[in-house]
Design a protein. Sequence first.
Length: 104
Amino acid sequence: MKIDAFKPLQISGFRKLFYVDIFSNFGVWLDLLAINALISFQWGLDLRANAVAVTSMFLPYILIGPFASVWIDRWSYVQVMRATTFLRILFVALFLFHLIIGIY
């Protein structure tokens, strides 16, 4: 039995979703990097503060994710993706304003 791992990429919709997901995960990685840089270099805190920040960043996925998925499956996927992308852009912009201008 031959398994072709790249066969789903032949489907146009799945290929678009795959590329968007790669781009989105890169954004999450940059967020994590920016938060750690802010904590370490701007605020001068130690590794424990970075660990708390990383844990608090991913804790909602673990705790809220299973329950929220029940409702999100009933909503429009396009609206959910747009809303979450907008919120991510908003939070990244707040981090940038904090670093550039010093707004708290």
